[in-house]
Design a protein around this ligand. Structure first.
Ligand code: FRU
Length: 487
């Protein structure tokens, strides 16, 4: 019996039960986005399809909605929209991960679900600049049923990593090509540059350092959550860099996440190029991708961000929880960039069609009001060639397109401190807004640009208004039952 494990499990279950049974209404609880059973959630981890089910693990701190000791929580499901909570399969219960089961990935082969992750151990000292203050161990474990995991094995520890790095090395992502497994780890170099470490292994246990992958010019001080994958013949490297300067039309959040284009022989030579941000909204970081059983490359992001207290007071903290995942997005490589769009399965969430464009052809100069008698909706506006329009949601959330710039802005309490995010969008031909009770994802041009953002309103209906659009598209309300069960 592992006493540490049992005690932690008991405390977590108690905390989750208290949260689920608390009195009063939590109007911002999400209906169809993954959120924590209690407390705090951050990165998507170990995303995979295994033995007929999707397994989505997540960085989870049930103890405090503002974060703390990290364990892995787990949801499973068969259709990418309905989820069953399975508990907390990975806990900080070994000498290699006693201060946190940090981010990592899943790899499935030979009837096993393998997990690789970073075990965090805090020590005295300054871990930002030198080799001290923290251990970042690369740990392996595996499972047959995807829920109960075997003994952990430490595969790499500080002494095994190349010199020139601080102790910020983490977030393994593993894949296989031919008979070789590859792994990328994110890191912060001693000269304060972000980079990715590429490793190779024949047996998933013994890893050889292959090369460092980084940009020619410095690009931030730390690259978290790397993910390398080939999309429709093009190799891409997704990373979440820290330390980039904010600009007017991009990199507007405290930390970024985006993808580089990789040269064909990137495992041997060459640099990543042309960083493009995944998402232009207020809430997006640390995404992970996986290939599902249908061969689709699917991305899930953390609809949240670390450390922005001075700009944002998330009101769900008072309700005992914080953060969520985006809806799973299918990726496509088109016109030299990645398009991301909600997986087709998300359409199953639609309930009632409120109106369709054919009945709504209208004078674009007149403001049209639309009442959605629900707090969740899916709104698709296709084939707009309007050069300027404005959509207002509940008076305080304004989506505006003008002079080739798309704006998402909040007035009043709805943004909880947030004001505006904008992107250069030279041509805009379609919009889709997927709105949950307190989280919306806005897809422009079928996913060429995406804005993900939390929003907070007291109302349980959505008053929408539109001006400047010839057709106001199609709107559906969403099914009422929550997509998360087993809580
Ligand atoms: C990204 C991150 C990862 C780390 C994890 C810890 O949000 O900082 O680099 O493994 O979160 O929760």
């Amino acid at each position: 019996m592992n006493v540490m494990r049992d005690t932690l499990l008991r405390v977590i279950r108690r905390r989750e039960t208290e949260y689920q049974n608390r009195p009063g209404q939590d109007k911002w609880r999400l209906r169809f986005h993954i959120m924590p059973p209690a407390g705090w959630l951050n990165d998507p981890n170990g995303l995979c399809f295994y033995r007929g089910k999707y397994h989505f693990f997540f960085q989870y701190s049930p103890f405090d909605p503002e974060g703390g000791l990290k364990v892995w929580g787990e949801y499973t499901g068969t259709d990418l929209v309905h989820w069953q909570y399975e508990g907390t399969p990975l806990l900080p219960d070994s000498p290699w991960d006693c201060h946190g089961v940090y981010s990592g990935c899943a790899f499935t082969e030979d009837g096993l679900l393998d997990i690789f992750y970073t075990g965090n151990v805090k020590l005295d000292g300054d871990y930002d600049y030198v080799n001290s203050g923290r251990e970042a161990n690369t740990i392996y474990t595996c499972s047959e049923d995807g829920i109960h995991f075997r003994e952990k094995e430490c595969l790499l520890e500080m002494k095994d990593y190349p010199t020139g790095y601080t102790n910020h090395i983490r977030d393994p992502k593993v894949w296989k090509a031919g008979d070789t497994c590859y792994m990328v780890l994110g890191g912060r170099k001693k000269d304060n540059r972000g980079a990715v470490l590429l490793y190779a292994s024949k047996d998933k246990k013994h890893w050889e350092f292959v090369r460092e992958v980084t940009t020619r010019e410095p690009f931030g001080y730390m690259w978290e959550c790397p993910d390398a994958f080939c999309l429709d013949g093009q190799w891409l490297l997704s990373v979440s860099p820290q330390g980039l300067k904010r600009e007017e039309f991009c990199r507007q959040n405290i930390y970024q996440s985006g993808y580089f284009i990789l040269p064909e022989k990137w495992m041997e030579e060459g640099e990543p190029k042309e960083f493009r941000e995944w998402d232009m909204g207020f809430d997006f970081y640390a995404p992970q991708t996986f290939r599902d059983e249908k061969g689709r490359r699917i991305l899930v992001g953390w609809a949240g961000l670390p450390d922005i207290k001075e700009e944002y007071n998330n009101p769900t903290v008072e309700q005992g929880w914080q953060h969520a995942f985006t809806i799973p997005r299918e990726l496509k490589w088109k016109n030299g960039k990645v398009y991301q769009y909600p997986v087709k399965e998300a359409e199953m969430l639609r309930e009632k069609e409120l109106f369709s464009s054919s009945r709504q052809d209208r004078d674009p100069e007149k403001t049209q009001g639309i009442l959605v008698e629900d707090s969740c909706f899916d709104w698709e506006i296709k084939e707009t060639d309007s050069r300027s329009f404005i959509i207002i949601i509940e008076e305080e959330c304004v989506l505006k397109y003008e002079d080739g710039v798309f704006f998402l802005s909040f007035e009043g309490a709805m943004g909880a401190g947030r004001k505006v995010r904008k992107a250069l969008v030279p041509k805009l031909y379609s919009i889709r807004i997927l709105a949950d009770t307190s989280l919306m994802e806005i897809y422009l041009n079928e996913g060429e640009y995406v804005f993900t953002s939390r929003y907070y309103t007291e109302s349980d209906v959505r008053q929408l208004s539109v001006r400047g659009l010839q057709n106001a598209g199609n709107i559906w309300t969403m099914k009422k039952q929550t997509c998360l069960t087993g809580l």
